[in-house]
Design a protein around this ligand. Structure first.
Ligand code: ADP
Length: 218
């Protein structure tokens, strides 16, 4: 059976999720309090509903608990985002992902039971900063306030050198979790492994150490 998704809030973020889910052929219910926006999306989604989701009755009337995953993409109106999330979790929706506007909003969402809190603007900002430092940084995943996992495409000065000789851990306090080599993933690579052109390193470390590494090799 196809998975059922509901997206609440069809601003820039919500609407791009809706479009992507449709491309993936998923069933999508879209809800927004703004009639104009709903009309814009009604032909591409499975069902489109005009309604204010801070009203429990609206969420009940669409049978929200039948959905596998609800995404709250209400942007600027933090109060509505929090209230909607609270009602969704109270009603027993299993998986709720919410877009946070800032750190405090994110912390409140976690406290009231959001299963997954995302910070798209902050994350894009961080990635951009890493990319500015090094064009070889492909992606980053923040794991704490100070630590990240970075995908880094090898540069010429790394080719044909072993992990042992490069000694990232000693020199930069950065560890290699894995190497992506074509379709192959070398998890926890042996120190004798030599790096090749087009290898992508999955590195973990403190942001400051990763940035030293990226500046040196990027
Ligand atoms: P973005 O930054 O992703 O563009 P916006 O804040 O501009 O986000 O858009 C959020 C959308 O959420 C708007 O279309 C707005 O009408 C909708 N929205 C806001 N509050 C509610 C609510 N209580 N119920 C339903 N939809 C809402």
């Amino acid at each position: 059976m196809k998975k059922e998704f509901a997206v609440i809030g069809l601003g820039r973020f919500g609407s791009s999720i809706v479009q992507e889910l449709r491309e993936l052929d998923a069933n999508v219910l879209a809800i927004d309090k703004n009639e104009e926006v709903v009309n814009e999306y009604k032909d591409i989604v499975t069902e489109a509903v005009i309604g204010n989701t801070t009203d429990e009755a609206v969420l009940r009337s669409v049978g929200i608990t039948n959905f596998d995953h609800v995404i709250v993409a209400i942007g600027e109106n933090i109060q509505s985002s929090i209230l909607t999330t609270l009602i969704l979790k109270d009603l027993g929706v299993e998986k709720v992902t919410v877009k946070a506007q800032n750190e405090y909003h994110g912390r409140v969402l976690e406290k009231i039971g959001a299963d997954h809190v995302i910070h798209p603007e902050r994350d894009i900002g961080r990635l951009l900063a890493h990319r500015i430092v090094s064009s070889h940084t492909l992606d980053i995943l923040e794991i704490s306030e100070e630590h990240s996992i970075v995908e880094f495409k090898t540069t010429k000065n790394l080719y044909n050198k072993s992990i042992l000789t490069l000694d990232f851990r000693e020199k930069y306090d950065v560890s290699i979790l894995a190497i992506k080599r074509g379709n192959q993933i070398i998890v926890n690579p042996d120190p004798v492994v030599k790096l090749l052109a087009d290898d992508v390193l999955i590195l973990i470390g403190k942001d400051t150490d990763l940035s030293r590494f990226e500046t040196r090799f990027g």
